[in-house]
Every structure is written in structure tokens, then in C-alpha cells.
Design a protein around this ligand. Structure first.
Ligand code: THU
Length: 145
């Protein structure tokens, strides 16, 4: 599958889905809501939000929840991923965390577009990166000889 940037409408639809699910974020400890959405190779959208826990380390990020939900429904090929957060002061956009990038690399080529949307008051800015921009080196599967 070739990974091309999405058409504007398709990109906005994916970011809209991420923005919608972000409202369901369970983040009472950080107060930081994240929404994510993946587009499968057959154009279905699966979403996920961050879900925190009183035992902080058990928190699962929005991106992994979106990917796992799609994989659990039988999808393993993706055209793109979008995530959305509030503006982090002093930072242009919030990159997905390293753990989520590694999980993305299991199912997505390094050319896959990652749309990072930032909400600031009523303004939404979308930055486009590829998985390879964010994680140039990945740990890959190996088989013992
Ligand atoms: N978080 C995500 O959902 N995605 C990321 O890529 C980074 C962080 C969540 C985890 C936690 O609930 C909150 O953001 C603050 O770290």
C-alpha cells in the first residue's frame, strides 16, 4: 500500500473524528485530553482517547487505543493517523510519545502521514509529519535462526 498524504477533506474528516473522541478522554490526573483516529486501508475510521488510572503508569494513550481498537476489529493496514491535543505552552505541537510511535511502526510504514492537530481557543492548526520523521529508527521484529 502506498502512503500518500490524504486529500484535504479526508484529512479534516480524520481530525474531526479525533476531536470528537477527545471529548471522552478520561484524564482526571493530568487534565490533558488527547483524541486519535486511524484510517484503515479500506477507509474505515477507528478512534481512541487517553484513559488514565489512579495507578498512573496504567494510563493508555489515545493513539494506542485507536490502533488497538482497529486491530481488534481485524484491520492491520493504515493510510494515516491523526491526533489532537490542546496547545502546550512553548511547544509548537505535541508529538506522540515514543511508546505510541513504536506501536505505530508495527502496523504502519514510515511514510504514513501523521496529522497532529493543536487546539488553541477556537483555532485548530494541523501539522503534517510522517511516522519516519517522528521515529526514524524503530525496533523491528526478528526471527531466530
Ligand atoms: N498522552 C496521549 O494520549 N498520547 C501521547 O502521545 C502522549 C500522552 C496522554 C497520556 C496522559 O493521559 C496524558 O496524555 C498526559 O501525559
Amino acid at each position: 500500500m502506498r502512503n500518500l498524504p490524504l486529500a484535504k477533506d479526508e484529512k479534516n474528516r480524520l481530525v474531526d473524528a479525533a476531536q470528537q473522541v477527545r471529548e471522552r478522554s478520561y484524564s482526571p490526573y493530568s487534565g490533558f485530553k488527547v483524541g486519535a483516529a486511524v484510517l484503515t486501508d479500506n477507509d474505515q475510521i477507528f478512534t481512541g482517547t487517553n484513559i488514565e488510572n489512579a495507578s498512573y503508569g496504567l494510563t493508555v494513550c489515545a493513539e494506542r487505543n485507536a490502533i488497538f481498537s482497529a486491530v481488534g476489529a481485524g484491520h492491520k493496514k493504515f493510510k494515516a493517523l491523526a491526533l489532537i491535543t490542546q496547545k502546550i505552552p512553548g511547544v509548537k505541537f505535541g508529538s506522540p510519545c515514543g511508546a505510541c510511535l513504536q506501536v505505530m511502526s508495527e502496523f504502519m510504514s514510515l511514510k504514513t502521514p501523521i496529522y497532529i492537530a493543536v487546539l488553541e481557543q477556537k483555532k485548530r492548526t494541523i501539522y503534517t509529519k510522517t511516522l519516519g520523521d517522528l521515529l526514524p529508527f524503530t525496533f523491528t521484529k526478528f526471527t531466530e535462526k
